[in-house]
Design a protein around this ligand. Structure first.
Ligand code: SF4
Length: 138
């Protein structure tokens, strides 16, 4: 996903906003819509397909836990991270309240499991991660 809105004093000098707004209105550019919040379907694709183990920084240009991002989309991102066991994911947020409450809810992990099933039967490690609500690669 791309885009965000300011939520605290820590956002005063947001590099992502400055970078994204530079491209607003440029047809075909990933930031054609500037810093507007946009979940991108391709972002939730199977990172598991990348063979080499990587450290992946999610949301260098956004905040996954922004209010405008649907919980179902976030659950799908978690499903991809669950399945991509060999990668290490770094997810930064300035909205820890929403994150904390979702990660503590049964419904969120049910959504993660449903999304995992879309990619096929989960591995034993994925089952454990979902059941324990803990992704060791996050
Ligand atoms: S939360 Fe992060 S990405 Fe969003 S406006 Fe603040 S500094 Fe920028």
């Amino acid at each position: 996903m791309t885009g965000c809105t300011k939520v605290s004093e820590g956002c005063d000098h947001c590099y992502a906003e400055i970078f994204a707004e530079r491209w607003r209105g440029v047809p075909g550019h990933p930031f054609e819509q500037g810093f507007d919040v946009r979940p991108l379907a391709r972002a939730a694709g199977p990172a598991a397909a990348v063979a080499e183990a990587k450290r992946i920084f999610l949301n260098s240009m956004s905040d996954l836990w922004h209010d405008a991002v649907g919980t179902e989309f976030i659950a799908r991102v978690f499903a991809v991270m669950t399945l991509a066991e060999r990668h290490t994911f770094q997810v930064l947020t300035k909205r820890p309240g929403r994150m904390r409450s979702a990660l503590a809810s049964d419904r969120f992990w049910e959504m993660v499991r449903d999304a995992v099933l879309d990619y096929g039967p989960p591995s034993p490690a994925a089952e454990v991660a979902i059941r324990s609500r803990f992704l060791p690669n996050l």
